[in-house]
Structures are given as structure tokens and as C-alpha cells.
Design a protein around this ligand. Sequence first.
Ligand SMILES: [Zn+2]
Length: 231
Amino acid sequence: MSLFSQMNVQCPSCGATQNIAAVGSVNADRRPDLRAAILDDTFQMMACEDCGTEFRLEPLFNYLEVEKGLWIAAMPGRDMPDFLEVEDRMSAVFDTSYGSGAPAAAKAIGQDLKPRVTFGWPAVKEKLVIDGLGLDDIKVEMLKMELMRRLPEVPLAPGTELRLTGGGDAALNFAWIETVGETAEQSFSVDRMLYDEVAGNEAGWAKIRARLTNGPFVDMQKLYMGEGRAA
Ligand SMILES: [Zn+2]
């Protein structure tokens, strides 16, 4: 079941209190419209009833789509520096809901779910884009690292991230996106063959893969933040 709860927030423009429906969980098997809204950047967009200013709530919900094997804890972008703690907390939530601590029926469902943690709207959207293109999210992160080596200009910085935004059989589209403001700064396309190349070189990427998958935050940014998780 998808869950929303009423809460009061202040309009960022005029300060008037707005009573809005904030999402707590999305069940996309039953509400494909919510998946679509995440993909077209309209989910949790609000308009102030006093001044009309549009604003978006930060993501803070669980996304479940059993048919696609997706279980995502979508967190606010500003929480990313605390990813180790969030990973531990969300691993525990997954474990109780669908893992070893869950009732048998839920555990059976959980076998086909990939638990993930994302920070910010562009990141949760990207997981759905990856799914839609039939790609593997771990391999997409490896591809990004490969791209960082090849690109003449790499605007990677805290708050700016590389996200897969779409594509097709021939090419994959990426953009450098500002995590919180969600503005795309620069976009480009790469040959999809490059993904196949990275995906085919399992031995070469084994060490990186191990680091990307040492918790449910599967994102190359974890390799650049702090000490990371102790091996
Ligand atoms: Zn307002």
C-alpha cells in the first residue's frame, strides 16, 4: 500500500503554512502513476495555496516494486555524507521487512528484491531509469567511473553528481546534476557498447564492485566520501 500523511510545511517563498500530503511509502506495483511521477520530476511537487509558488518536498520514503525487484529507501540529498549510518539503518529495516528477520511470506518476496539506498530526487529517479533501460545499477556505477577517466572535463564536486538520465539501444545519456537543486549542468551521450564492455570485464572491476556493494548505497560517490566502510 502507498502511504501518505498530512503534514504542515512552510512555503519557501511566502512562509505561509501549507498542509500537504507527504509520501511515506510507494507501492509502485499498485500505483504505476507514482513511478511515472518520479520519472517525470513531478512527484511531491506542491503549489503554495497563498502565493502559488511551486516547491518540492525532499524525498523520504520507501519505494517498493516487487515485479521489478526494486526496494529503495529514498532519502534527502543532504543526508548523503552520513551514508554509512543510513546504510546500516536501512539494511536493518529491509531485514525486518523482507530479509532474515521477516515472516516467511515476506521473506519469500524479499529473495527477489534488491535493497538500495538513494539520496536526493535525481538518484531515486536514476534507479528507475536504469530499470527501464534493462541495465544493472552496479554496472552503471562502474561505467561512470570509466567515464570519469575518459572525459576531458569532470565537474564532480560535493553536491554535483553524474546521473544516467535516459537512452536507448544505441546510446546512454548522462548529465551532471546538482543534487539538491536538481538542475542539470551539462549533459552528454555515450555509446551503449561502452556499458557492455564494462559489464563484460568482471575480473577487472571485481575490487570496485566489492566496494560499491558493501552496503545498499550503490553509488560511485561512496568511493570518494570519507574513509568509507572498513573492509
Ligand atoms: Zn507561498
